[in-house]
Design a protein around this ligand. Structure first.
Ligand SMILES: Nc1ncnc2c1ncn2[C@@H]1O[C@H](COP(=O)(O)OP(=O)(O)O)[C@@H](O)[C@H]1O
Ligand SMILES: [Mg+2]
Length: 258
């Protein structure tokens, strides 16, 4: 087995629907993400973003349709054994009893991917990319929320992923830290050959980092477009979501197409 990143991989979703009991949560969703692309999935709360993400990483079985990574079904266990995929969880999920360095070394040590010296070199490089050199010997509880988030990204990068999934990478961060995370995701695109799929309801983040944005509403794909095209949308529901007009004297109530 090689630990080399053999290049960013594409992802394809076709005709994906998901029902829980009688309730359809995702309806006939199809899109393609190109290798190396930063693809952001946005949508109001409850629109189905998290459920969609679970399907993209093979944690849920669709009621209809399929998800392919690099042309292979993500529900086939062999797919994620051969493709390096990494997930940056919302809360970070770091081990509090271990230093940052040991958190990062956990996966490569367990899978004997590299000798200790190789692990040290790789972690050193990743800490540098994320400006975390001074955090290596510290413990997660001693770090700010923004640093913990960066460590979570660092841990994903240690796996030399070909595709990274981020679930709400800027939630719980103040605006300055959120902007830093945006910069990091955008900068990784230049430094590492990886495809990034980001689920977020953070408009600033999405419009800054995305090559393309998909907007999910009520379990349906409303539009896929570049940030510039989206800012100029003539779809009132999309414009409302991206740029909510707050006019207290004349409140507008959004209609849900149930
Ligand atoms: N396991 C489940 N069983 C039943 N309904 C679910 C389940 N998971 C999510 N849902 C429903 O699917 C819809 C979309 O949820 P979710 O994907 O979490 O929304 P978002 O992440 O966009 O806020 C919600 O109405 C939610 O209640
Ligand atoms: Mg969610």
């Amino acid at each position: 087995m090689t630990d080399k990143n053999t290049g960013a991989v594409g992802l394809e979703v076709s005709g994906l629907s998901k029902s829980y009991g009688e309730t359809e949560v995702l309806h006939d969703i199809s899109f393609q993400v190109e290798p190396g692309e930063v693809f952001v999935i946005m949508g109001p709360s409850g629109s189905g973003k998290s459920v969609l993400l679970k399907h993209l990483i093979g944690l849920e079985q669709p009621t209809a349709g399929e998800v392919l990574i690099d042309g292979r079904a993500v529900t086939d266990p062999a797919t994620l054994r051969t493709i390096h995929a990494a997930l940056v969880f919302q809360a970070g999920a770091l081990f509090n009893s271990m230093s940052v360095y040991d958190n990062l070394a956990l996966y490569p040590r367990e899978h004997r991917i590299l000798p200790e010296k190789g692990i040290r070199d790789r972690i050193g490089e990743i800490l540098r990319i994320l400006s975390l050199e001074n955090a290596a010997e510290r413990f997660p509880a001693e770090l700010s929320g923004g640093m913990r988030k960066r460590v979570a990204i660092a841990r994903a990068l240690v796996m030399e992923p070909q595709i990274i999934f981020y679930d709400e990478p800027t939630s719980e961060l103040d605006p300055i830290m959120a902007a830093t995370i945006s910069e990091i995701i955008a900068c990784l695109k230049e430094q590492i050959d990886v495809t990034s799929i980001v689920v977020s309801h953070d408009r600033d983040l999405s419009l800054t980092i995305a090559d393309r944005i998909a907007i999910l509403m009520d379990g349906r794909l409303r539009v896929i477009a570049t940030p510039d095209k989206l800012k100029a949308t003539d779809d009132a529901a999309v414009a409302d979501f991206l740029n909510p007009a707050i006019d207290l004297k004349n409140p507008r109530f959004k209609q849900r197409s149930a």
